[in-house]
Design a protein around this ligand. Structure first.
Ligand code: COA
Length: 260
């Protein structure tokens, strides 16, 4: 896997994808969007990967947004394609079989906030700053931000941030549920890897079924969601991991899952 704007490391079933354009604060140009599309597809198919961590290169930014030099050239037709392409790539990240954790290590603005929102779990460093400042450019979020931010933090708060373009510092992001945890910048990646390792130690069939059930929540009614949950719960009970997990508990030992 060789990418111009991404670094990819795989170790102990954890893939770390680093967006690597630090001189542009990791802004997402179309080449980077295409590479993200390719890398997440590849990692989803890689049997050696259980969890993916997404982060940004350097100490200043996770992702400072879509690349404004490209944005400035859009007309109506190309803008629609631009938005739909990013939406598709981010939705693929959100609905992957494997959990994706955003390690937000600095500015997560515009498309940077939106890609973090598409990750299943967000953890931030103390210097992280979130925001949807598109209104300052005469546009609105176009990579799913109006939808995901509103679902996550409620419509009043989401409207305030999207309409004012105000920045959201890490402590506020924690308070409103935009991130799960905050660490110092030097601790961040190791702490996120600890979380990823914990997920890797569980039966992966159950992890993936849980992801599927969580991911359909916005698509279906509560009743349909609960029916789906019951079906995949039943599938989990057919696995060797279920026998191992329940036996290990009853025998007072740690389970060894085979992911079967
Ligand atoms: N698109 C393209 N380039 C960007 C960028 C973006 N979204 N964000 C930052 N950059 C570039 C800057 O143009 C600058 O490049 P240069 O050195 O070639 O001039 C470089 O990254 C460093 O950014 P700079 O603005 O000098 O850093 P700063 O510390 O003064 O400010 C920010 C940091 C994040 C506050 C500021 O860069 C910013 O507001 N960026 C745009 C955020 C935004 O509106 N995102 C939403 C886009 S839809």
């Amino acid at each position: 896997m060789n990418y111009k704007n991404l670094l990819v490391e795989i170790e102990n079933k954890i893939a770390v994808v680093t967006i690597n354009r630090p001189e542009k604060l990791n802004a997402l140009n179309s080449e980077t969007i295409n590479e993200l599309d390719a890398v997440f597809t590849e990692l989803n198919n890689n049997e050696n990967v259980f969890v993916i961590i997404l982060t940004g290169s350097g100490k200043k930014a996770f992702v400072a947004g879509a690349d404004i030099s490209e944005l400035s050239k859009l007309d109506e037709k190309s803008a629609k394609m631009f938005s739909e392409k990013g939406q598709k790539v981010f939705s693929n990240i959100e609905t992957m079989e494997k959990p994706v954790i955003a390690a937000v290590n600095g500015y997560a603005l515009g498309g940077g906030c939106e890609i973090a929102l598409a990750c299943n779990i967000r953890v931030a460093s103390e210097n992280a700053v979130f925001g949807q400042p598109e209104v300052n450019l005469g546009i609105i979020p176009g990579y799913g931000g109006t939808q995901r931010l509103t679902r996550l933090i409620n419509s009043g708060r989401s409207a305030e941030y999207i309409l004012t373009g105000d920045m959201i510092k890490a402590d506020e992001a924690l308070k409103i549920g935009l991130v799960n945890k905050i660490y110092t910048q030097s601790e961040l990646l190791n702490k996120v890897k600890e979380m990823a390792n914990k997920i890797c130690s569980k039966g992966q069939f159950a992890v993936r079924m849980a992801m599927k059930a969580i991911n359909i929540v916005d698509e279906v009614s509560d009743k349909e969601g609960q029916n789906y949950e019951a079906s995949v719960f039943a599938l989990c009970c057919l696995t060797e991991d279920f026998i191992e997990g329940t036996s290990a508990f009853l025998e007072k030992r740690k389970p060894t899952f085979k992911n079967k």
